[in-house]
Design a protein around this ligand. Structure first.
Ligand code: ATP
Ligand code: MG
Length: 433
C-alpha cells in the first residue's frame, strides 16, 4: 500500500515529466537590430498544446519590449482554455522580462481571466488591459487620457481616435469564445510611452476569427490574409455588410481602418496589422504587405507614434479631408475591383468530387466566358472540393486561359484549392499561356 504522500510525490514527478517548458530567448521583441521581424517573435508561440502542464521561463530574457511581452498573457489564457496548467518562472532581477512582467501586473493574468470587471493591477505607466466589453473600453480610454495629458491636444485626440477605432474593431469583429462559448478570452491592450524617444507604442491583440474570415462574410473568396487586410483598409468596406439585415440600421460604415490608417500615414507614425499569416505595414512612406510563416491566430495591431513638440496638424481638419477623399473616390464611377468580380464556388455547382466533364463545359460556356466578356475578374473557389481530375479542370479552364493569354494570371484567381488541385491548375496555366 502506498502512502498518500508518496502518491502526491509520484503525481508531481509524472507531471514534471509531462511539462512542456518554453524558455523566453534573451531578447523578446518585435525588432531585431531596429528592423521589424515578426516571424521570429511569433515563432515562439505553439498554439496546439492541450491538457498539458506548461512552464514559461522568463528568467533568461534580459531585453524585452512591453508590447511583445504582453502577448504572453493572451497566449497563457488560450492555453488555459485548452486545458493546460500554465506557470511562469521569474527571477528577482530589477531589469529584464521578469521585472517587466511584474510592472505590467501580468502576474494577475488568470484572476483577470476568470473575473469579468477585473483589470491588471500594474504600474500606471505600463498599463495592460483585458478588453471584453464596453466598460473595459472606457477604462482603456480613461487611462489613455491621463497618459496623454501632457501632450499637445491634437495628439491627445488622435490617439483617442485611433485607439477607439481599434478597440471597437476587436470587440465587434474579434471576440474569442472557447469551451463551447462558455469561456471568453479577452482581447489585450498594452501601451507604453518611451520618453527618451518621445514615442508612444501600443498593441491591441485578439484571438478572434481574423480579418480574412470576417470580411469574407461580405466579400467572399479573398486570396490571402494580406489581401483581406488591404481590403479592410479601404473606405466603406466592412465585413458586416453582408450579414446585416437591410431593414435594420447599419452599425458599421467600414471607415474605421481607412481613417485610422490615413492618420498614421499623415503623422510620424506607423502601424502593423497582422492577422493569421498576413502582415500589412502602413507608414508615411508606403503601405507594404507580406506573408508570415508563423501566424497570429486572430488579429494584432501594433502602432507607434513619434510626437513632435509643435505638431502642425489639426485632427478634425485631416479627418474631414479623408472623408471627402473617400466620398470622391466612390462618386468617380466607383471602379472597385470587388464589384467587378464574380465568385464561383465549385463545391456548390459540382460537389466534393468535381469530375463531371460535360457539366464543366456547360458551366464554362454559360458562366465563365460571359463573366470574362463583361471584363470581370473571376474567383474560382475550391473550398470543400476534395479532388478534381485534370480532364475536368482542363475542360473548365483551358479555353478561357488560352483566350486571355498572360492576362489569365490576373483575371482568373483560384482560392482554397488543395495542393493537388492547385498543381493541376498550374500545369494547365503553363500549358496554355
Ligand atoms: N479585430 C478584427 N477581427 C476580425 N476582423 C476585423 C478586425 N478588425 C477589422 N476587421 C475587419 O475589417 C473590416 C473593416 O474594419 P473597419 O474598422 O474599417 O470597418 P468596420 O468596423 O466594419 O466599420 P466602422 O469602423 O466604420 O464601424 C471589418 O468590417 C472586419 O471585417
Ligand atoms: Mg471599425
Amino acid at each position: 500500500m502506498m502512502h498518500n504522500e508518496q502518491l502526491i510525490e509520484l503525481k508531481k514527478i509524472l507531471e514534471n515529466q509531462r511539462t512542456k517548458t518554453f524558455v523566453l530567448p534573451p531578447r523578446f521583441s518585435f525588432k531585431e537590430h531596429d528592423v521589424y521581424d515578426f516571424n521570429r517573435l511569433l515563432g515562439f508561440f505553439d498554439w496546439d498544446i492541450h491538457d498539458t502542464p506548461v512552464t514559461i521561463d522568463l528568467t533568461q530574457c534580459h531585453t524585452a519590449n512591453y508590447q511583445a511581452l504582453s502577448l504572453l498573457t493572451i497566449y497563457a489564457w488560450r492555453l488555459k482554455a485548452q486545458g493546460c496548467k500554465v506557470t511562469f518562472l521569474e527571477n528577482e532581477k530589477t531589469t529584464g522580462a521578469s521585472s517587466m512582467w511584474r510592472s505590467m501586473g501580468a502576474r494577475g493574468a488568470f484572476s483577470v481571466l476568470f473575473n469579468k470587471g477585473q483589470q491588471f493591477k500594474g504600474h500606471m505607466f505600463k498599463p495592460l488591459f483585458a478588453v471584453r466589453e464596453i466598460n473595459d473600453f472606457k477604462t482603456v480610454i480613461e487611462s489613455a487620457k491621463t497618459y496623454t495629458k501632457g501632450f499637445n491636444v491634437e495628439y491627445e485626440g488622435t490617439l483617442r481616435y485611433v485607439l477607439s477605432e481599434l478597440l471597437y474593431n476587436t470587440m465587434e469583429h474579434g471576440p474569442c469564445y472557447m469551451r463551447n462559448g462558455f469561456m471568453q478570452i479577452p482581447s489585450l491592450v498594452q501601451f507604453t510611452w518611451y520618453q527618451q524617444r518621445n514615442e508612444i507604442q501600443f498593441i491591441i491583440a485578439d484571438l478572434g476569427v481574423g480579418i480574412k474570415k470576417h470580411i469574407e462574410q461580405a466579400f467572399p473568396g479573398q486570396e490571402s490574409d494580406e489581401e483581406a487586410i488591404m481590403l479592410a483598409l479601404r473606405s466603406k468596406v466592412s465585413g458586416t455588410f453582408g450579414k446585416n439585415d437591410p431593414y435594420r440600421n447599419k452599425n458599421n460604415a467600414g471607415m474605421g481602418l481607412y481613417i485610422s490608417s490615413n492618420i498614421i500615414r499623415r503623422l510620424n507614425a506607423d502601424m502593423h496589422i497582422i492577422s493569421n499569416n498576413g502582415l500589412v505595414h502602413i507608414s508615411p512612406r508606403d503601405m507594404t504587405q507580406r506573408k508570415l510563416t508563423n501566424p497570429w491566430p486572430g488579429t494584432l495591431v501594433l502602432v507607434s507614434l513619434r510626437l513632435e513638440k509643435n505638431p502642425s496638424f489639426l485632427l478634425h481638419k485631416i479627418m474631414q479631408e479623408f472623408r471627402d477623399a473617400a466620398d470622391k473616390e466612390q462618386k468617380q464611377g466607383d471602379t472597385r475591383e470587388e464589384e467587378a468580380r464574380s465568385l464561383f464556388g465549385i463545391n456548390n455547382f459540382f460537389g466534393n468530387y468535381a469530375e463531371d466533364k460535360e457539366a464543366a463545359i456547360k458551366f464554362r460556356d454559360k458562366r465563365i466566358f460571359p463573366a470574362l466578356d463583361e471584363g470581370k475578374t473571376i474567383v474560382i473557389d475550391f473550398d470543400g472540393v476534395k479532388s478534381s481530375p485534370h480532364s475536368f479542370l482542363s475542360a473548365l479552364l483551358a479555353s478561357p486561359i488560352k483566350g486571355l493569354g498572360m492576362n489569365a494570371f490576373k483575371r482568373i484567381k483560384f482560392v482554397n484549392a488543395t495542393p493537388e488541385i492547385r498543381g493541376t491548375i498550374d500545369f494547365i496555366l503553363d500549358d496554355n499561356t
